[in-house]
Write a protein that binds this ligand. Structure first.
Ligand SMILES: *[C@@H]1O[C@H](CO)[C@@H](O)[C@H](O)[C@H]1NC(C)=O
Ligand SMILES: *[C@@H]1O[C@H](CO)[C@@H](O)[C@H](O)[C@H]1NC(C)=O
Ligand SMILES: *[C@@H]1O[C@H](CO)[C@@H](O)[C@H](O)[C@H]1NC(C)=O
Length: 333
């Protein structure tokens, strides 16, 4: 498969010329970042701490810094990205376009990129699968914008034994799309990209196997509702698939066609997922695959409420729509 096949696939998902910059420039640049980050992970044998704690108090790892720099560098070569912020540096800043990328013309499209460069720092030392989460917003900011219409694309990088990418696209006037790609060392540049599935879909019942991924399972000890939900899965012979990496845990459901991921909010377990850097892009992907993503605090769709500040956090229930509905009933009624 050549990179032009990928472009062709993306273009046929979004035929409108109004998103040419997104399809031909922004998405290929981000997909290339995933192959670059995968490559630097392969050669980073010591995932030592870079010495600083990031804005949320997490220890920053050297590989986080590599991933952050790779994405910052790629977007600074892409004239359509005007604003960026990340979990490592949660301040929206104007992107200074590198000189050689500047055409002198002011492009008509403009996007804001918000990303979590490397999600899963706590499981990276044992070499478990980690991921990158990127959201692309139409316009000059993600703040105060309606996520359901302004978040137009998400890119998830999955770094396991293979490197795969999930891309979701939902632009006004086109059918939502979700694709799974496999990428090689050089990414789109050398055509080392393959469309594994051109339509990632959660399936409908009856399900052959039902999967559950219960984050912060310890919280069930102090929360009767979470405990009874977990008990339901056990008694009904659901299969446990949980690694503690948000990206691989959500992607598991997308690849198997069924699954429910729960990161509850209880009196002892605080909302800890970042709405902008984690929840919004994942919610778009799950919705484009035909699933649902809700906030366990009130049952509203993750993409319903605009962002008031870049540091907002929440819990998450996502996956197969009917499973999400069931979990909501148990946790909220
Ligand atoms: C988000 O957190 C960072 C680091 O603590 C801080 O610099 C920034 O001002 C915060 N943003 C808002 C809107 O509170
Ligand atoms: C930025 O994009 C918006 C559409 O999202 C458009 O209305 C606006 O004119 C663009 N502005 C510039 C300066 O390109
Ligand atoms: C980590 O796992 C990948 C395959 O998943 C492998 O290529 C790499 O050598 C492993 N690294 C270490 C340090 O074990």
């Amino acid at each position: 498969m050549t990179s032009s096949d990928l472009t062709h696939q993306l273009r046929s998902a979004v035929p409108s010329q109004a998103y040419k910059g997104l399809i031909d420039s922004v998405l290929p640049a981000l997909i290339n970042c995933i192959s670059d980050i995968a490559k630097s992970l392969r050669t980073s044998h010591y995932v030592s701490q870079a010495g600083s704690a990031n804005a949320f108090g997490d220890d920053q790892l050297n590989v986080d810094v590599l991933a952050e720099n790779s994405i910052r560098d790629a977007i600074s070569r892409c004239p359509f990205v005007v604003t960026a912020s990340s979990e490592e540096d949660p301040v929206e800043r104007h992107v200074q376009i590198q000189e050689e990328a500047s055409t002198g013309n002011i492009p008509e499209e403009n996007y804001t990129v918000a990303f979590d460069p490397l999600d899963g720092s706590s499981i990276i030392a044992p070499n478990w699968t980690v991921g990158t989460i990127i959201g692309v917003w139409q316009g000059k900011t993600a703040l105060g914008q309606p996520p359901a219409s302004k978040l137009v694309a998400s890119v998830l990088g999955v770094y396991g034994p293979r490197t795969t990418v999930i891309v979701a696209l939902r632009v006004p006037g086109s059918k939502p799309t979700c694709l799974e790609l496999g990428i090689g060392e050089n990414g789109v540049r050398d055509g080392e990209v393959e469309v594994i599935r051109s339509a990632v879909r959660l399936t409908e019942s009856p399900y052959k196997t039902r999967y559950f991924a219960p984050a912060n399972l310890r919280a069930a000890a102090d929360d009767e509702k979470y405990m009874s939900l977990i008990t339901h899965y056990i008694q009904n012979k659901y299969t446990l698939r949980y690694s503690g990496g948000l990206v691989p845990d959500v992607v598991h459901a997308l690849v198997k066609g069924h699954g429910i991921y729960i990161s509850p909010v209880t009196s002892t377990s605080k909302a800890k997922l970042r709405r902008l850097y984690e929840l919004f892009p994942l919610a778009l992907i799950v919705e484009c695959a035909g699933g649902a993503a809700i906030d366990p605090a009130d049952g509203t769709n993750i993409l319903e409420r605009p962002l008031g500040d870049l540091n907002e956090t929440a819990g998450l229930i996502c996956g197969t729509a009917e499973e999400v509905e069931f979990a909501k009933k148990i946790l909220l009624d």
